[in-house]
Write a protein that binds this ligand. Structure first.
Ligand SMILES: [Zn+2]
Length: 132
């Protein structure tokens, strides 16, 4: 599959990542899925309630529930999750792989190299991102 991410939402994702650094940021992306294409139409920043937010993320469950409800109300579905790696890399960590539980791509924003990549977890299969 391919993820289509509008440049304005990519900017919002990077802004969220920069705001939270050196903590990891986390959020979800809502949109429409048509066959092999997922079009992102909304970004929902979530709180990171991990006890070690500089090394991993744990989305605030209340924030997540609210975001999923907002998506449903807007006719969107969950098309991806995102989080940042303030010190890189843009590759999933062993913890990311172990805790992955959604059948959607996971975006990782590497702040050090300003590189955004997406993966299917736990297989770490890369998913192309097209910016528009
Ligand atoms: Zn990670």
């Amino acid at each position: 599959m391919t993820l289509i991410l509008p440049a304005t939402l990519a900017d919002a994702l990077w802004a969220h990542a920069a705001r939270e650094a050196p903590r990891e940021c986390v959020g979800v992306l809502g949109g429409r899925q048509t066959g092999d294409l997922a079009q992102v139409t909304a970004l929902y920043p979530l709180g990171n309630i991990s006890a070690r937010p500089e090394h991993e993320y744990l989305a605030d469950p209340g924030h997540l529930l609210r975001a999923l409800r907002a998506m449903t109300a807007d006719g969107q579905t969950l098309v991806a999750l995102y989080h940042s790696h303030p010190r890189g890399p843009s590759w999933p960590s062993p913890t990311d792989t172990r805790l992955a539980s959604y059948p959607v791509p996971y975006l990782i924003a590497d702040l050090r190299r300003r590189e955004l990549r997406a993966f299917r977890l736990p297989a770490c299969q890369p998913v192309p991102i097209e910016l528009e």
